[in-house]
Design a binder for this molecule. Structure first.
Ligand code: UDP
Ligand code: MG
Length: 328
């Protein structure tokens, strides 16, 4: 049984790769470390190439030719960090799973601290880039993101989106990631009942290449935030949300219509020429629609979910069964 799986999502990180792999091996080539992880022994590193166009995949393939414990999964195109992580999760066989960015900003020297914290009984330990080495244009939006996520989720983490995290195997198996949801893994995990915590970790400036997340992340981030909120609060009971809103709207519409009718019957006020009638009709229709959306939601949520699959170009050193599963 493998003790530790390290997952590295990478997109055009060619220059960082040789040093990264050297430092990962240095950190992991330590019997004691796999002991800290608990059950199992040995480790594996899963490099997930997210459709790089700079030859990263070829470079990894070359570097790992005589290193069976380092594996490669390579996407046909860029599917995003969430997709890369989730393919890595599916390929991982370790009892403990560690994720780390490929750009040398995260420090493999922190593995031990993460695992020791996990051992205290947590299911997930997230890194906290307490002294973040990034330009203000990244750190400021990130502060705002963390503040809102902390506020809405009620989870007291400082750094939800740190690349460096350690998980227990069961937690990873419970995740169903879509969009750019990697930012909200701690929220999903805690919501599923797992124990989540954080420790401060060292962070380094980016030495090679450039950051892969531009301004679109504000929008995709917002939408993913909405879906996470929805998933965590209402997925298991869509009717609580849609049913309530639908009922409210329907009742308001009925009241307006009744009032207009009563006014006509008792005070002989004509129904035509009353704009509020339209509002009444609108609210009734809206109410019925929201209600049926809730019903549909209930039907959908009672079916087992299907996880997304990504087109894979090549794999290396990967167990054949796992490779087939990934491509299915
Ligand atoms: N990454 C990826 N797919 C993407 C974008 C990024 O696999 O579409 C990887 C990237 O190669 C790096 C990690 O995700 O290993 C974090 O990305 P980046 O360093 O650009 O983010 P930042 O540190 O600037 O937030
Ligand atoms: Mg980075």
């Amino acid at each position: 049984m493998t003790a530790i799986s390290v997952i590295v999502p990478l997109y055009n990180e060619q220059e960082s790769l040789p040093e990264l792999i050297r430092r990962l091996l240095e950190a992991l080539d330590d019997r004691e470390l796999t002991g800290v992880a608990g059950v199992g022994d040995g480790f594996e590193i899963i490099m997930v190439d997210d459709g790089s166009t700079d030859g990263s995949a070829a470079l990894v393939r070359e570097m790992i030719a005589d290193r069976p414990e380092i594996r490669l999964v390579s996407f046909r195109r860029n599917f995003g960090k969430t997709a890369a992580l989730s393919a890595g999760f599916r390929a991982a066989s370790g009892q403990v799973i560690i994720t780390i960015d490929a750009d040398l900003q995260d420090d493999p020297g922190e593995f031990r601290a993460l695992l020791e914290k996990l051992r205290e009984g947590y299911d997930m330990v997230s890194g906290w880039k307490q002294e973040r080495q990034d330009p203000l244009s990244k750190t400021l939006p990130s502060k705002l993101f963390n503040l809102t996520t902390r506020w809405f989720s009620g989870i007291p983490l400082h750094d939800f989106n740190c690349g460096l995290k350690a998980y227990r195997r069961e937690l990873v198996a419970s995740l169903d990631l879509r969009g750019e949801m990697h930012r909200y893994i701690p929220v999903l995990a805690q919501w599923n009942g797992y124990r989540v915590t954080e420790i401060p970790v060292r962070h380094h400036p980016r030495r090679f290449g450039k950051s892969k997340f531009g301004t679109t992340r504000f929008f995709t981030g917002l939408f993913d935030f909405l879906s996470v909120m929805f998933i965590t609060r209402y997925l298991r009971s869509p009717m609580h949300f849609f049913g309530m809103a639908g009922l409210g709207s329907f009742m308001a519409g009925i009241c307006i219509s009744l009032w207009v009718t009563a006014d006509k019957l008792m005070n002989h006020r004509p129904v035509s020429n009353r704009p509020i009638l339209f509002l009444g009709i609108l609210l009734i229709i809206l109410g019925v629609q929201l209600f049926s959306t809730g019903l549909l939601g209930e039907m959908l949520s009672s079916r087992p979910s299907q996880s997304a699959s990504y087109a894979i170009r090549e794999t290396a050193n990967l167990d054949e069964g796992i490779a087939r599963q990934l491509e299915a």
